[in-house]
Design a binder for this molecule. Structure first.
Ligand code: NAP
Length: 335
């Protein structure tokens, strides 16, 4: 196969960005079909590319000219498209979340295993961020001894009024939940959620900030601090405290400047721009590995892990208690 012929389901914000990446930045793939329930949106994006336009995912997935699928519809619609792709035996990149519940993600995992071939990659793009990859290499080198605990922050300047407490778990925390178990090579065991004094910048109905505490099977503890109205900028940090040293995620390089009596480092104001390079690397890697018939990145089992963990965190948010995270044994298929 010279070029991967890609069909994109869901032409909203991130769908359009991935289409632009494939079309303007990368070699190795072309977008040959697009679909959206809002078909005018699909037409606007697809017609200039000469792509086939569909108003439903099944027609796109079963189109013989489509080799592989990118699913960028809202989370609740992922399950249907992924099951169609598995049925058609086609590789699929699904944006996070894999699905919106642990039960649905388990169904997907079981369907993929029944097919006997790994076809699904999930859009956990932090694994492609240069800084997180450096931390992973440092931890895996053994030079720092055992990791003991970790502390992550997801601080963001402002959040829209449609954001609610549940989305703190299901939307804001999901990338941290994926990256922590990947970095530490460990499994989650239980979850608690702490809700400190509420910021006066938080809108009615949102308790902001919130602190998630995860115990891991090895005894490690990971905390994730989420503060979505911190006012000043996107500030994503990760610190791993080890037996023989401490590792900190580097802040992406930016020029410092001296002005008005200050020596400053500018911080990104938009979380998407913070990870532009990671999104690029992620989609290019998906294209390259798909052309080789492989799945390289985060898989459906990783998607299932985040769903189970998010359900425990949501329960903990409501109960104020420690809630168990019960994840099935990882099948050999995903090792
Ligand atoms: P969005 O702007 O709302 O785009 C979703 C698009 O899909 C809309 O055009 C929507 O049409 C359409 N749609 C709705 N139901 C559909 C269906 N059944 N089949 C096909 N298309 C359908 O959302 P987004 O921000 O692009 O997010 C899309 C997905 O990417 C979500 O799962 C989100 O969590 C994920 N995401 C991931 C990241 C990341 O960091 N990895 C970042 C952003 C988003 P209507 O508007 O008419 O409903």
């Amino acid at each position: 196969m010279e070029k991967l012929r890609v069909g994109v389901v869901g032409c909203g914000a991130i769908g359009r960005e991935h289409i632009a990446r494939i079309t303007d930045k990368f070699s190795g793939a072309e977008v040959v079909a697009v679909s959206d329930v809002f078909v005018e949106g699909a037409r606007k994006i697809g017609e200039p590319l000469g792509a086939c336009i569909y108003n439903n995912s099944a027609d796109l997935v079963y189109d013989d000219d489509v080799d592989a699928i990118i699913c960028t519809s809202p989370g609740f619609a992922h399950r249907e498209t992924i099951l169609q792709a598995l049925e058609a035996g086609k590789p699929i990149f699904s944006e996070k979340p894999l699905t919106t519940s642990a039960a649905e993600s388990k169904e997907i995992v079981e369907a993929e295993m029944r097919g006997g071939k790994r076809l699904i990659q999930v859009g956990f793009m932090r694994r492609y961020d240069r800084g997180f990859r450096q931390i992973k290499q440092m931890l895996d080198s053994g030079d720092f001894g055992e990791a003991l605990y970790s502390r992550s922050t997801y601080w963001n300047p402002q959040i829209g009024h449609d954001y609610d407490n549940q989305m703190i778990i299901t939307d804001a925390s999901i990338h941290d939940l994926d990256i922590i178990h990947w970095l530490l090579n460990d499994e989650y065991e239980s979850a608690r959620v702490f809700q400190p004094k509420r910021s006066s910048h938080a809108h009615k109905g949102l308790n902001d900030p919130q602190i998630l505490m995860l115990k891991m099977k090895s005894g490690r503890i990971a905390t994730v601090e989420i503060f979505l109205n911190c006012q000043y900028g996107v500030d994503i940090n990760c610190q791993i405290v080890c037996e023989d040293g401490v590792i900190d995620l580097p802040t992406p390089a930016a020029p410092t400047f001296r002005k008005s009596g200050n020596l400053s480092v500018p911080l990104e104001q938009n979380w998407k721009r913070r990870f532009t390079d990671a999104y690029d690397a992620e989609i290019q890697d998906w294209i390259n590995s798909t052309l080789k018939g492989e799945v390289n990145g985060p898989n459906a089992w990783d998607g299932y892990i985040t769903n189970v963990t998010m359900e425990a965190l949501t329960a903990a948010q409501l109960s104020g208690e420690e809630e168990s995270i019960i994840i099935d044994e990882r099948p050999d298929f995903y090792k």
